[in-house]
Design a protein around this ligand. Structure first.
Ligand SMILES: [Fe+2]
Ligand SMILES: [Fe+2]
Length: 414
């Protein structure tokens, strides 16, 4: 997974919680009851703090121990770790149970993953450490935060795909191998980012995170919508940053971004695999319920990115990007890509859409400063009203439809 934007909005979390059920999954983490996992995580954090965790002199960032950064606190907008109902996943990917699965297409996808085009791509050189040393002060803190969010999001993909690869081995060996190879890619991405963090002397303890971070449960169908979008938006984020820096080499603060061109092809391939999964389940992309979920996930992913990126515009400005322009470009492109398979998408070209996004951004900024529940309540109500505003906008029908001849119809853009 590439994107840090898979985190769900408040409404999405409610939906996720509603679908929470006692799964029989055998992954070590998922078997921990939620409350126990939370207790374990918080006592581990306390123990670390009690041990006298130091602070990085230059940035003020808390350290877990020498060279290791204390993970940022989780909130609604931080990248999450996911777990799912693995028994239902087995049924979803079994060709016996699900004859719509196009075995030939899956084998072709698997072949591509086996080729391993990026096997030799993620090789570092001496310029990394030197460039990191040159990033100082507030920029340094923001840069580390960007690396942490990206690393956590990539690592989240690694954990989920790895477990799916393990669980599907017997019933769906082709898909299982695809998941395992995708987890290989995500491990590389996360590892490369974590190495970058160590250039700043603040790497993440990924083993500690695996054991102590909370896991959000999503039903398989929602995992597929969310990961599809996450991979595609990740592709557009990486390629847009890459292209911008190719045109503006003076903004190339750190060599990491030079790797984004091949890197984002991994994300694109991952997304294409989920396209094949969606095509295999017509009920995921055909009926009114599918249309609703399609728009809901688009909305969650776009809003989460917009709020996240706008609350750290300094980072995007430091590499010469205009945050709003960059975000709108990524949203439009992702929406067009998504329209190829989702049955409905949001009309992102409608000027009202950006108005709602800007309102949400402003309210979010005020919310982060609000102290009392009295201050927060009207802001939360305003936030919900604006989310509803986008949800009620006239959607664009998409997916397998004939092209639209009316040039004034929003669907003409897709
Ligand atoms: Fe990915
Ligand atoms: Fe990735």
């Amino acid at each position: 997974m590439a994107s840090q934007t898979i985190s769900m909005s408040a409404t999405a979390r409610v939906a996720a919680r509603a679908s929470l059920r006692s799964s029989r999954d055998t992954s070590r983490i998922a078997r921990l009851p939620k409350s126990a996992a939370r207790r374990a995580a918080s006592s581990a954090r306390l123990a670390v703090r009690a041990a006298g965790a130091a602070v990085d002199q230059e940035t003020g960032i808390k350290k877990m121990r020498e060279g290791i950064k204390e993970a940022a606190d989780e909130n609604l907008l931080t990248p999450r770790f996911y777990t799912t109902d693995f028994d239902e996943m087995e049924q979803l990917f079994s060709t016996e149970i699900n004859p719509n699965l196009d075995e030939a297409e899956l084998v072709a996808i698997l072949q591509e993953f086996r080729e391993d085009f990026n096997q030799k791509h993620f090789v570092r050189n001496d310029s990394f450490k030197k460039a990191a040393d040159g990033i100082t002060g507030e920029s340094r803190r923001i840069f580390i935060e960007f690396l942490e969010r990206s690393c956590t999001a990539e690592f989240s993909g690694f954990l989920l795909y790895k477990e799916l690869g393990r669980r599907l081995k017997k019933t769906a060996p082709v898909c299982a191998e695809i998941f395992t190879l995708m987890s290989r890619d995500e491990a590389r991405h996360a590892g490369f980012l974590n190495k970058a963090m160590s250039d700043f002397n603040l790497a993440l303890d990924l083993g500690f995170l695996t054991k102590n971070r909370q896991y959000t449960f999503f039903k398989p169908k929602f995992i597929i919508y969310a990961t599809y979008l996450s991979e595609k938006i990740g592709y557009w984020r990486y390629i847009s940053i890459y292209r911008h820096l190719q045109e503006n080499p003076n903004d190339q603060l750190y060599p990491l971004f030079q790797y984004f061109e091949n890197w984002c092809q991994d994300e694109n391939r991952h997304g294409d695999f989920f396209t094949a999964c969606l095509k295999a389940r017509p009920e995921f992309i055909n009926d009114w319920e599918a249309k609703l979920w399609a728009r809901f996930f688009c909305l969650s992913v776009y809003v989460t990115m917009y709020l996240n990126d706008h609350s750290r515009t300094e980072f995007y400005e430091s590499i010469g990007l205009d945050t709003t322009q960059f975000n709108m470009h990524v949203i439009h492109q992702t929406n067009k890509t998504t329209a190829q398979i989702f049955p409905q998408v949001i009309d992102t070209y409608n000027p009202k859409f950006k108005e709602y996004l800007d309102n949400l951004r402003d309210i979010n900024a005020k919310l982060s400063k609000a102290q009392s529940p009295m201050e927060k309540a009207p802001l939360i109500a305003g936030f919900a009203a604006n989310l509803l505003g986008v949800a009620l906008m006239k959607p664009v029908d998409s997916g397998s439809i004939d092209f639209v001849e009316d040039v004034n119809s929003p669907a003409f853009m897709y």
